[in-house]
Design a protein. Structure first.
Length: 73
């Protein structure tokens, strides 16, 4: 998990990941990340290169594109 967190911290420092972190869902904890990329293939590569995914220990990722977002001013 440490390498997974380091991986996402590096993505945040490069301003690719806007934010990431654990979601404390009572049904089971999972992670959520919002990334900015021009192409979905770039997002797929981020997911496949995540150390948690590469470890083949049952972790998975899903991609859901935003159509638009409302930001606070």
């Amino acid at each position: 998990m440490a390498s997974h967190v380091d991986y996402w911290k590096q993505l945040a420092e490069r301003r690719t990941a806007l934010f990431f972190g654990p979601v404390l869902d009572p049904k089971g904890v999972y992670g959520l990340a919002i990334v900015e990329a021009q192409e979905e293939t770039l997002v797929e590569n981020i997911g496949y290169n995540d150390p948690a995914i590469k470890a083949s220990m049952g972790f998975r990722f899903e991609i859901y594109p935003f159509i638009d977002a409302v930001l606070r001013g």
